[in-house]
Write a protein that binds this ligand. Structure first.
Ligand code: NAD
Length: 332
């Protein structure tokens, strides 16, 4: 079997970790044809757009993409490529598994949480304007359609993967209408899945409970903003952003990318931990139905970690990105 996949290397450490993931996937023996496409700040400079139409067309055509991080200027400049991509391709579900891996130093043990984040609306709708000088308004959009769809995704995932509990995280005590609607949709969906326990937690308390004992949680179901923040918090339980994989999933298209950003502080230094994107690539293999190869890639990451020699600086080692990629590829 051979697959044509869109590869978006992105900005900063993106090309380094994307190269590492491609190297590891090459070792699986599965045929991949990579269609490299530009996106991000580098694409803006070269193609006049941070998300050129050719990149979107390629992903639409191939239905699957592996993406490195893309940089977004703070406060000014172009809109986030990620937000645009997720909206343009209707990648409504952001799936971020957070699981303890052997050999990774962490204050926590036995963490196994699935974060499901709504990916298309909330405060990320990009609706902001100046009301009068000195006053701005950002509009939070929550719809019944998107909330029900993400709740359905989470409960379907729980059912097919044998997860026992879904916790909806919210702030409906303050945002009674918007988060209230989100909760309504979660509750109605939960009623159709009696085998999965459903509960709710206010987001500030949830952060505190997570930090005290993350092993109490199974699946988290969140709107876009809370999901963005809480999934980075959860990455801290398993060794940091270098270890946290992710997927953006729509009805027909899926884009696999790590939780981390373009890490400009370490870009171009062969210091980035490629494991997050390699584990995202394993999620991509599962999506393609290549479960045996996905298990081999995850096993190779575990084995490299357990040996303790092949660690990047974020995990307390001295190995480089390329060295890690070679070590994992050899084990695959
Ligand atoms: P970041 O994730 O890039 O970096 C945060 C910290 O984690 C940095 O110290 C960085 O060195 C470290 N880090 C991140 N990934 C690492 C890895 N693989 N190995 C080792 N260390 C790693 O977050 P930031 O600094 O807030 O954002 C930088 C840029 O990335 C911004 O322009 C932001 O918009 C963008 N961003 C993109 C995505 C994406 O494309 N999906 C996600 C988040 C942030």
């Amino acid at each position: 079997m051979s697959y044509t996949i869109t590869l978006v290397p992105g900005d900063g450490i993106g090309p380094e970790v994307a190269g590492a993931a491609v190297r590891v996937l090459g070792a699986t023996g599965i045929g991949f044809e990579w269609e490299a496409q530009p996106a991000g700040a580098s694409a803006l400079a070269e193609h006049g757009s941070a998300l050129p139409p050719q990149t979107l067309e390629s992903i639409r055509r191939n239905k699957v993409a592996l993406k490195g991080p893309t940089g977004t200027p703070v406060g000014t400049g172009h809109r986030s490529v990620n937000v645009e991509l997720r909206k343009a391709l209707d990648l409504y579900a952001n799936l971020r598994p957070v699981a303890t891996l052997p050999g990774v130093k962490s204050r926590y043990d036995g963490v196994d949480i699935i974060v499901v984040r709504e990916n298309t609306e909330d405060l990320y709708s990009g609706l902001e304007h100046v009301v009068v000088p000195g006053v701005v308004e950002s509009i939070k959009i929550i719809t019944e359609k998107a909330s029900t769809r993400i709740a359905r995704f989470a409960f379907d995932y729980a059912r097919t993967h044998g997860r026992k509990r879904v916790t909806a995280i919210h702030k409906a005590n303050i945002m009674k209408l918007s988060d209230g609607l989100f909760l309504d949709c979660c509750r109605r969906t939960a009623a159709g899945f009696p085998e999965v326990t459903y509960d709710e937690m206010i987001v500030d308390n949830a952060c505190m409970q997570l930090v005290l004992d993350p092993t109490r949680f199974d699946m988290l179901l969140l709107e876009n903003l809370y999901g963005d923040i809480v999934s980075d918090l959860c990455a801290g339980f398993i060794g940091g952003l270098g270890m946290a994989p992710g997927a953006n999933i729509g009805e027909s298209v899926a884009v696999f990318e790590a939780v981390h950003g373009s890490a400009p502080d370490i870009a171009g230094k062969n210091m980035a931990n490629p494991m997050a994107l390699i584990l995202s690539a394993a999620m991509m293999l599962d999506h393609l139905g290549e479960h045996d190869a996905a298990d081999r890639v995850r096993g190779a990451v575990r084995s490299a970690l357990a040996e303790g020699q092949k660690l990047t600086r974020d995990l307390g080692g001295t190995a480089g990105t390329t060295e890690i990629a070679e070590a994992i590829a050899a084990r695959v």
